[in-house]
Design a protein around this ligand. Sequence first.
Ligand code: FPP
Length: 226
Amino acid sequence: MSNRLRHLAIIMDGNGRWAKERGLRRTKGHEAGVDTVRRITEYCATHPEIETLTLYAFSTENWKRPKLEVDYLMHLLRKYLKEEQPRYMEHGIRFEVIGDLSPFSDRLREVIEETRQRTRSNRELTQILALNYGGRDEIVRSVRRLLAVGEEPSEQSISAHLDTPYSDVDLLIRTSGEQRLSNFLLWQLSYTELAFTDSYWPDFSVDELRSIIEQFRKRERKFGGI
Ligand code: FPP
């Protein structure tokens, strides 16, 4: 029987190199990356099996980038969410976030909350953006939450107190030729199949995603069994 793909996660990498190769500013690479986010998300919403798409949009380490680039990413994010709301409604996409939103501006947090509320009944796909996200940080925050309510740490209780209750990831893709997890979804990736492609994120296409999914279907997933 072929594998079911319910939860897909992607580390979107290579925007900067894509821009550099074209003699453009890095910010242009991020702008082009937004178009790919839209294309891939809308394809996933039409896919019969995919229920959740989690995208690594801003890591806890990304604050180390030059302030101008960080500010631009925040601006892009706010613009993307504002523009995306009608498209989320049209394609039945529910928007969610994971990560620690406390360092973000009030303006950005407001649009995040507004988008979550507006799209909460959509059922074709849940798109989760990881923002100021770190896998270790998420686990620590989960343990703090469960200790605050007096629960014993266990696999179930830690899972239940993660940022949003979601399924384990079936397939993780990282673009741009890097083969690392970079602190993404550490808890949820325990049994995930991994796929790496050399394409930079702005060049990543629906056709390439389809072919990665085909390969994934042929893999044997054992979950520790034989
Ligand atoms: C990696 O490229 C990508 C990111 C730092 C974040 C991803 C951001 C986007 C796709 C655009 C904004 C997203 C939304 C949803 C509005 P990189 O800069 O690390 O590339 P490099 O490794 O080639 O320098």
